[in-house]
Write a protein that binds this ligand. Sequence first.
Ligand code: FE2
Length: 159
Amino acid sequence: MTLNSIGLDTKKTKDLADELNQLLANFQLYYQNLRGIHWNIKGRMFFDLHEKFEELYTDANLKVDEIAERILTLGATPLHTFEDYTKAARVPVGKNISKDEKAVELIVNSLSELLKIERSILEASDEANDEGTNSMMSDFITQQEKTVWMMKAWLGETV
Ligand SMILES: [Fe+2]
């Protein structure tokens, strides 16, 4: 086993960076979904939701940057083209969504996919002793689970 300059197994770190790139790509799609519903939402809930979606995309934007910089910290290159993002797509693409329920469902379905990728990275980073990535995933998961609960509550459903 060879260690890199931050003391992590070189091979495992490369695999982790690849998984983080999958997360980055899907986060960018989630971000774009949020921009789409922020712009296109219609109806009586407009003012509430337009603002809520902005709050969510602002948070997603910060997380995108954190993921990319973690990838660089691990010695790899973050994916940065739309072409690469769409190739890695697991998050559903929301197009022409203007109805409030459909918009909130898109958020829940996007977050469900992100959570799957994050849990896989959580496990792999634990196995690689990569505390930095592990704690980042742990924070993301906790926050996103809470957002899913709130969105589900808005839909009148339970998690
Ligand atoms: Fe705006």
